[in-house]
Every structure is written in structure tokens, then in C-alpha cells.
Design a binder for this molecule. Structure first.
Ligand code: AMP
Ligand code: MG
Length: 457
């Protein structure tokens, strides 16, 4: 029986079935949670490997990383200015300034060789290490350089760089430690900088680089083989002929795989023949950590996928108490060496395929890539409560995930359906930023009632 998802209503009432007949549902349906638990129990964390920082975004750290040195390694200045001894500036004000002898220039990247003695100063640039003897930085703004920059139009900006003055006028009392960044202010030597299990984002990559590392140990990305099946499918780019449609699932699923941290490998479209399917599945499992197929798992007459899968491994065909996406298959296949590869058989309808991959594939990838290691719920999407702007009707006891657009108003969030909820209407997926959930045991969510929305981005 094909998935009956089409909504024919034009009064913005969306039902999760056209028939409204609960008796058509099989007795052996399993819940979304049961299906997910079984899938998660069958996939494992992948091995760690050293990963270049440029490739580590979105991965999970497999080991603790310690710093062997202080970061920053030396005390340095946080401002452009003069390195002075604070005691030499006692009593200095704009009206009663003091003069110090300029004994040197120091740019970031070098260390000053001398020592700042009584009545002396070193002109210093942000990031340069504090010269020995100095204990405070007076910014340019509190010296006569400020006068020059703002008032003396006869002198050009770069003048100080090429023609240093022998003396500098200090207009304030410098406080000990002022504008000095301490050694180890960021990370102290021998301390834990990044802990195992940490999700690597841009800041983590920066911190790893500050430790001097180019590669870090991360759980590797799942390699996911994607197989679209069906005699009607044509790859985009070819001329459409009667009876054919373009294969969308290969592309939308590959994009989902990538956005969930995996590496997709799209296989050739498989015709609905045992030979073609067998060959493509064998090709797919060769180097995959997960194989996903779409279509051929419903009760349609011509679906040979089920036969082939049953021949090649252990597989369960489930009807999941959800909509869209009731038919789902899950099991393991073996490659030529006997290695077991988990297989997720998604429904063929483009919306159902994406939605089931979101609900079941994403948690599986999160487990494989280590994102669930320290937090078993890491895969969970954020949910909000919104006020329904359309009626969500559920007449067959399945959990209805309705594609909706969320808006924040002064009365809180509101959720509006994105249009026809048929499982072939991919544009309604494109317009959605969340799935409004009508629970299994709720007959309808009326306009104005609260609805839970799972945010998908
Ligand atoms: P099936 O599960 O084979 O009954 O397919 C259900 C529906 O999804 C049919 O209308 C198929 O044409 C459609 N379909 C299956 N696979 C794809 C695909 N890769 N891209 C677009 N539509 C598909
Ligand atoms: Mg088919």
C-alpha cells in the first residue's frame, strides 16, 4: 500500500490521511522512539584518526589535549604605547607631565634586548613582549604622540615610525600592570585545553592552533553510500521522457548526510531488478559505514528491494507510527569480506525520505561521529511551543510531522503550515523551518492551540 499523504483540502486543514480510517493501519506498527532505539543500538562510534585542523569542523575530539606551554608564552602589551616603570610616572598629569628617555622601539615578534631603567621608556606595539624592567604600558593616547596625531597637522602619521623622538611626554600616572597581558592568561602550561568528546567548532580549531597543533585526534566521519531505486528515476541533466521523474533523493539525502557530518557517496540509480539492485548494493557497502536506500520498502507490487535486501543480510521492515514516512527498513548487509554494514531503507517519496533521514539517520550519524558520546541527546533538535495558525488533523493515530514556518510575534511563536502536506511536495519542505508535531493520540490541533515544533535549522 503506498503512503497516502496527499492533502486535497483547500481550507488550510491538513489531515494525516485522506481516508480517516484507523482500521487500515497494521497492528505491528512501532513508535518513532522504538525505531530510533533499535537503529542507535546497531551503529557504533567510528575509530579516531588524526585530522588536519582544516578538516576538523563538526567532528568530535577523541582525546584530551593539554598545553605544554603558557599561552601567551610571554607577558605582552595589549596596546600600542610606551613600556615604562610605573614608579617613574608618579604625579604625572596632562598639566604636569613628565618626560622619559626613549631607549628603543619594539614591534610584535621580537624581544627587547635591553633593560628599561629609571627615567626610560621603550616604544612598543601590541603583542610585543614586555621589556625587562618595565611594569606598565602607557598608551599613545596618554602621551604627546596623541597631540601630534590630533593637533599637529604639520607632521604626518608615520613620522614616529621613521623618526623616533629621543623623549616622550607622559600625561598620566601609569598603574603597575596596566595594559599588560599576563603569560598563560589564556591557557596555563600543562592544563587541559580541549577535552575528549568536545565538538570542534571554529573557536576549538583556533585553540588547537594556539597549542601549535596542525592535526588533532577526531572520530572519523561516517561514509554513507546512497542508493536511489526505481525504474522511473532519471538523473538530473538527462532529457525527461514520459513516465520518468528526476531522482531527487540522491541529492537531498547527500546534502543531509553532509550537513550531519557524514561523507556521502551517491551510487548509480538502481532499476527495480534483482541484478541491478544486488550489484549496486554490493558496490555501496564496499567502503561504507552506512548504506541508505530510498524507495521499495512500502507494500507496492513491484518493489524488489525487499527481496534483495532480505537475501543479502538481516533486515526488518517496519511500519513506523509517523507521517510522513510510515514504511522504513533497517538491518545489516555484508560486504565481500563479511564486514557488517548497517542499512537504512527509507521510503521513496522525497519528503518522507528526508523526514525519516532527519529522524533516524541524523541520530545514527551523530552516534558514529561521536557527537552523542558525552550527551546521548545531542542529536535532539531544539523544540519550541508555538500557536497553530492552521488546523492539524490527525485521523489515523500516527504522529504527524507537519512542515511549518515559524514566526516570532509579540505574543510568542506562531506556526503556519507551508502548504500542501503531501509527501511528494518537496517545496513545502524547502519553505519549512520546523515540523509541527500532532501527537499520535491527538485527533487534531485547532487554530489558536499550542503546538510543539521541532526546529530543523
Ligand atoms: P516507492 O517507495 O518505490 O513506492 O516510491 C514512492 C514514491 O516516491 C513514488 O512516487 C516514486 O516515484 C517516488 N520516488 C522514489 N524514489 C525517488 C527518488 N529518488 N527521487 C524522487 N522520487 C522518488
Ligand atoms: Mg518504486
Amino acid at each position: 500500500m503506498p503512503d497516502q499523504n496527499d492533502s486535497s483540502s483547500n481550507e488550510q486543514t491538513y489531515s494525516s490521511t485522506k481516508t480517516g480510517d484507523r482500521s487500515i493501519l497494521p497492528d505491528d506498527m512501532i513508535s518513532v522512539e522504538e525505531a530510533r532505539t533499535q537503529i542507535l543500538d546497531s551503529v557504533s562510534l567510528l575509530p579516531a584518526e588524526l585530522t588536519h585542523l582544516s578538516e576538523a569542523l563538526g567532528l568530535t575530539l577523541a582525546e584530551d589535549l593539554y598545553s605544554t606551554f603558557d599561552i601567551p608564552p610571554l607577558p605582552n602589551t595589549g596596546m600600542d604605547g610606551y613600556a615604562v616603570r610605573s614608579e617613574d610616572t608618579t604625579g604625572a598629569t596632562y598639566d604636569t607631565p613628565i618626560q622619559l628617555k626613549v631607549i628603543g622601539y619594539l614591534a610584535a615578534g621580537s624581544v627587547y634586548a635591553g633593560i628599561v631603567g629609571e627615567g626610560e621608556a621603550v616604544r612598543i606595539m601590541t603583542g610585543a613582549p614586555i621589556p625587562e624592567g618595565a611594569n606598565s604600558i602607557v598608551p599613545f593616547e596618554e602621551t604627546d604622540e596623541y597631540d601630534w596625531a590630533t593637533r599637529d597637522t604639520t607632521r604626518s602619521d608615520g613620522e614616529w615610525e621613521v623618526n623616533p623622538k629621543a623623549e616622550v611626554r607622559i600625561d598620566v600616572e601609569a598603574l603597575t600592570g596596566a595594559n599588560i597581558r599576563k603569560a598563560g592568561e589564556d591557557i596555563t602550561a600543562n592544563s587541559l585545553a580541549l577535552s575528549q568528546g568536545k565538538l570542534i567548532g571554529p573557536a576549538e580549531i583556533g585553540v588547537a592552533a594556539s597549542l601549535g597543533l596542525t592535526e588533532i585526534p577526531c572520530y572519523r566521519r561516517p561514509r554513507v553510500a546512497i542508493l536511489s531505486t526505481g525504474d522511473e528515476l532519471l538523473p538530473p541533466g538527462q532529457v525527461l521522457s514520459p513516465g520518468k521523474i528526476y531522482d531527487t533523493n540522491s541529492f537531498s539525502l547527500a546534502a543531509q548526510v553532509r550537513s550531519f557530518g557524514g561523507i556521502p557517496r551517491v551510487l548509480d540509480i538502481s532499476a527495480d531488478t534483482v541484478e541491478d539492485l544486488t550489484r549496486n548494493i554490493q558496490d555501496g557497502v564496499r567502503d561504507a559505514d552506512l548504506l541508505i536506500t530510498s524507495a521499495g520498502v512500502s507494500r507496492g507490487d513491484f518493489d524488489v528491494v525487499k527481496t534483495v535486501l532480505a537475501n543479502q543480510g538481516a533486515i526488518g521492515f517496519w511500519t513506523v507510527r509517523m507521517k510522513p514516512g510510515k514504511p522504513l527498513a533497517f538491518g545489516t548487509l555484508r560486504d565481500e569480506t563479511g564486514r557488517e554494514v548497517p542499512h537504512l531503507g527509507l521510503p521513496g517519496n522525497p519528503v518522507s525520505a528526508m523526514m525519516t533521514f532527519e529522524l533516524f539517520g541524523r541520530p545514527a550519524l551523530f552516534k558514529m561521529i561521536g557527537r552523542s558520546q558525552n550527551d546521548a541527546n545531542a542529536w535532539k533538535r531544539r523544540t519550541i511551543t508555538a500557536t497553530a495558525q492552521d488546523r492539524l488533523k490527525n485521523t489515523d493515530g500516527r504522529r504527524f510531522y507537519a512542515r511549518c514556518k515559524i514566526e516570532l510575534t509579540e505574543n510568542g511563536y506562531i506556526a503556519r503550515l507551508t502548504g500542501a502536506q503531501g509527501s511528494g511536495v518537496l517545496t513545502s519542505m524547502m519553505l519549512a523551518d520546523g515540523y509541527a508535531i500532532c501527537p499520535e493520540d491527538t485527533a487534531a490541533i485547532e487554530v489558536g492551540e499550542s503546538v510543539e515544533v521541532m526546529l530543523i535549522d
